[in-house]
Design a protein around this ligand. Structure first.
Ligand SMILES: N[C@@H](CCC(=O)N[C@@H](CS)C(=O)NCC(=O)O)C(=O)O
Length: 222
C-alpha cells in the first residue's frame, strides 16, 4: 500500500487531501516538527533531503509535492479530477501545479526567514538585524508577494477552482498550502476570492477526512 511520510503542519497535507479525493487507500507515517520547526532527523532515512512530503509506493520513493501529485494522478487518477487535454483549463492546471513550489512558496519561505533571523539572533544585535531584514523584506519580498496575491485574487474572482471546473484538480492540491498561508495571515484582504476559495476547499468531505487522518494542522481555519 502507498505510504505518505507526513509532517505535522506541512505541505504533506496536500497529498492526504488528494488521496482522499481519489479514494486511494494509503497509510501514513507521521513525523513531528522539532521546536526549531525543522523536520526530525528520522525523515532523512526516507529521503536524502529529509523533508515532507515523501511517498513510498512499492519500489517507488518520491519526494517533491508537484512530482508526487503528478505521479498519483497518472497512476491512480483514472481521468478523475483532470481537465480535458487541449483546453485552457489544462493550461491553468499545469501553470498552478508548478507555480506553487516554483514561485509563491519560495517567497513565503523568504519572508519567514526575514522574520526568523532577527528573532533568533543575540539580543544586542537584534534591533539592527530587525531594521535590516524588515527593510529587505519590505523592499524586495513583500512587493513580490503582493503582486502574486493580486494575480491569484484576480484569477479566482472568475473561478471556483484554479483550473475553472466544478471540482479541484492538481493545481488546487498543489496550491492548497499556499492558499491556506494567505488565509491564515490575512494576506488576501477581507472578503477576497482567496478566502472564499479556502472555505470551499476546507468544506469538502475529502479535505475533512484528510484532516482527521493527518492530525495537527493549524491552517484549517476558514
Ligand atoms: N518543494 C518541496 C518542499 C519540501 C519542504 O520544504 N517541506 C517542508 C514542510 S512544509 C519541510 O519538510 N520542512 C522541514 C525542514 O525543512 O526540515 C515540496 O514541495 O515537497
Amino acid at each position: 500500500m502507498l505510504t505518505v511520510h507526513h509532517l505535522n503542519d506541512s505541505r504533506s497535507q496536500r497529498i492526504l487531501w488528494l488521496l482522499e479525493e481519489l479514494e486511494v487507500p494509503y497509510e501514513i507515517k507521521k513525523y513531528q516538527r522539532l521546536p526549531t520547526l525543522l523536520a526530525p532527523p528520522e525523515l532523512l532515512a526516507v529521503n536524502p533531503l529529509g523533508k515532507a512530503p515523501v511517498i513510498v509506493d512499492g519500489e517507488v520513493n518520491l519526494a517533491e509535492s508537484g512530482a508526487i501529485i503528478e505521479y498519483i494522478m497518472r497512476k491512480y487518477g483514472k481521468g478523475k479530477l483532470q481537465p480535458a487535454e487541449g483546453t485552457q483549463a489544462a493550461i491553468d492546471d499545469l501553470y498552478y501545479l508548478h507555480y506553487s513550489e516554483g514561485t509563491i512558496m519560495p517567497l513565503f519561505v523568504l519572508r519567514f526567514i526575514c522574520n526568523a533571523v532577527p528573532e533568533q539572533s543575540p539580543w544586542f544585535i537584534r534591533w539592527l538585524l530587525s531594521m535590516v531584514f524588515n527593510q529587505l523584506s519590505a523592499q524586495f519580498v513583500d512587493v513580490e508577494i503582493k503582486k502574486n496575491i493580486d494575480m491569484i485574487e484576480s484569477h479566482l474572482s472568475k473561478k471556483d477552482w484554479l483550473a475553472g471546473g466544478s471540482e479541484p484538480t492538481s493545481a488546487d492540491f498543489s496550491m492548497s498550502y499556499a492558499m491556506e498561508i494567505i488565509e491564515k495571515y490575512k494576506l488576501g484582504g477581507p472578503g477576497g476570492a482567496s478566502h472564499a476559495y479556502v472555505k470551499r476547499m476546507q468544506a469538502r468531505p475529502a479535505y475533512k477526512r484528510a484532516l482527521e487522518r493527518g492530525g495537527e494542522y493549524t491552517y484549517a481555519l476558514a
